[in-house]
Design a protein around this ligand. Structure first.
Ligand code: NAD
Length: 484
């Protein structure tokens, strides 16, 4: 089955911060892959804009190197790369000054869709918005794309929203959370709302609990400077994990459209109960063997920033009252593995007796690696010897059912950038959602600061601090194993 590619309309995409790490690793390779797939036409233009002094020829070389290094799609031929690069140009520009803005105005065409990707630190969002307006470059149909982190608390997120709202309507603002662009995350919505099978069971009556794990095996590496100001709570929980929680927990929207989906997500965040102190565990990894510990990878050797957080979230509404959501994320864990597991309750009565053991249905949505969805069902163990039960996976991996090409789907950045061009905000965060998420997270971080205690140390390559295990043990449950 070959996926259907519908070419998008002609567009001008400006990448502010076009020489930065994100542009190099994600944005340029993503655009190239969409070009190869035939979705980005030869009438589209990409303009890199940053402080770095260079001309368009040098920028094309920069893009060539980035794509050669970071694009792993071997089907994209070298001659396609030359074609793609012809559509790139560059403007040296200062977000805080006057340099480059007249040139940018002159570079924009009348007619094509206009999108401005703010791939710069959030400290520059307001300056860019201001100048796009002052130099009359952006109009009422232009779109802007902003990256995380969207603030570091509620007050700063509100200030960012206010700065953007001075010049752009909410319908023009695309706040990226690349988790929402993952194929499996969207498949989660298809499974929930495209089948009659699951939705009737999707509530506290049938679901015992839900686990969300985003585990990384790597440490902070060279990003210690940035990470130490943020930590797992701000860097992962407030955005990616909360977005996953929303999609799992939301009521069925009336339509798969931006307003309906985002309204439902917002209701979930607003229904979250405050988290009790004993229901949060924060950790920091220790060095093991040759691997340095967290404190040796950041400037402040006494830092209290967490590289791990686990918590129990409760949603106070009719659907979920009594069904906890256990959520954890961390670095330097046993494996790189992200999944959502919906653990259903035991059958109300076992006709097979105590010897048959305890069996539960678990729906696992695997985000990485090996994206896919699996439903654990209980069957009879084959062979003689009576009625012994065994749990087997009903595997819904795309490749097997839909053919090998189906596993060849666009990555998150490819999809999301094309959604910007198409004007579809469904998979982007709305301003009120982001603020509501901060409003829930802020008191947890504030409480840590008040008690002035250190995070719990955990060994690199482990499953996190033992206290995180106890978080579930005290409720008579346990985490699923973190495995690659
Ligand atoms: P970076 O430091 O590598 O690049 C910053 C870019 O901004 C450079 O092109 C630089 O020239 C430009 N710039 C800085 N000051 C400028 C000014 N005054 N005027 C014009 N241009 C200016 O940063 P990055 O890693 O590419 O990150 C960009 C944004 O994306 C940040 O908000 C970051 O948090 C976010 N982000 C990055 C990643 C990642 O993997 N790198 C992932 C998620 C989010």
């Amino acid at each position: 089955m070959v996926s259907r590619v519908i070419p998008v309309d002609p567009f001008d995409l400006v990448i502010f911060g076009g020489t930065g790490d994100l542009a190099r690793r994600k944005i340029l390779p993503a655009l190239f892959r969409r070009f190869c797939a035939g979705q980005m036409g030869t009438d589209a233009r990409v303009v890199g804009a940053a402080r770095t002094e260079m001309d368009s020829a040098a920028y094309r070389e920069f893009a060539r190197e980035a794509i050669t290094e970071f694009d792993d799609n071997e089907e994209c031929a070298a001659e396609s790369l030359d074609g793609f690069l012809e559509q790139l140009s560059y403007i040296t520009l200062d977000a805080r000054g006057d340099t480059g803005w007249q040139a940018m105005k002159a570079a924009m065409r009348d007619g094509p869709i206009q999108a401005f990707y703010f791939s710069v630190g959030p400290g520059l969002f307001g300056d860019l918005a201001e100048r796009l307006h002052a130099y009359e470059i952006a109009g009422p149909d232009s779109r802007i794309v902003v990256e995380k982190p969207f603030g570091r608390d509620l007050a700063s997120a509100q200030a960012l929203n206010k700065g953007l709202a001075k010049h752009f309507d909410e319908s023009q603002i695309y706040r990226i959370d690349h988790y929402l662009g993952k194929e499996t995350v969207q498949n989660l919505m298809a499974i929930r709302f495209g089948n009659t099978l699951f939705e009737p069971l999707w509530n506290a009556q049938y679901v015992d609990h839900i686990q969300i794990t985003v585990a990384e095996s790597v440490g902070v590496g060279t990003r210690g400077g940035y990470y130490d100001k943020s930590g797992a709570m701000r860097d992962m929980m407030q955005n990616h994990l909360m977005q996953l929680l929303c999609l799992i927990a939301m009521e069925p929207p009336a339509k798969f459209d931006p307003a309906a989906v985002r309204d439902e997500k917002l209701k979930v965040i607003r229904a979250l109960e405050p988290v009790d102190a004993e229901d949060v565990v924060r950790g920091q990894y220790e060095g093991t063997g040759e691997l340095p510990g967290y404190r040796n990878q950041v400037e402040n050797r006494d830092t209290r920033t967490e590289s791990f957080v686990a918590l129990k979230a409760r949603i106070g509404n009719w659907r979920w009252a009594g069904t906890p959501f256990y959520i954890r994320t961390g670095k330097r864990l046993r494996a790189r593995a992200s999944e959502i597991a919906v653990v259903f309750k035991d059958a109300p009565h076992s006709i097979f007796g105590a010897d048959a053991g305890r069996h539960r249905n678990i729906l696992t949505i695997r985000l990485q690696p090996n994206e896919g969805i699996e439903l654990g069902v209980t069957i009879k163990e084959p062979g003689p010897g009576g009625m012994r039960l065994v749990d087997v996976p009903l595997d819904m991996s795309f490749a097997e059912a839909l053919g090998p090409d189906s596993a060849d789907f666009p990555d998150a950045y490819e999809r999301l950038i094309m959604d910007v061009v198409r004007g579809d905000q469904t998979l982007f965060m709305r301003g009120d959602e982001v603020e509501a998420a901060w409003a829930w997270v802020d008191p947890i971080i504030d409480a840590w600061q008040e008690v002035e205690s250190d995070p719990i140390l955990y060994a690199s390559g482990s499953s996190g601090p033992d206290d995180a295990l106890r978080l579930m043990h005290k409720d008579g449950r346990r985490w699923r194993e973190i495995k690659p």
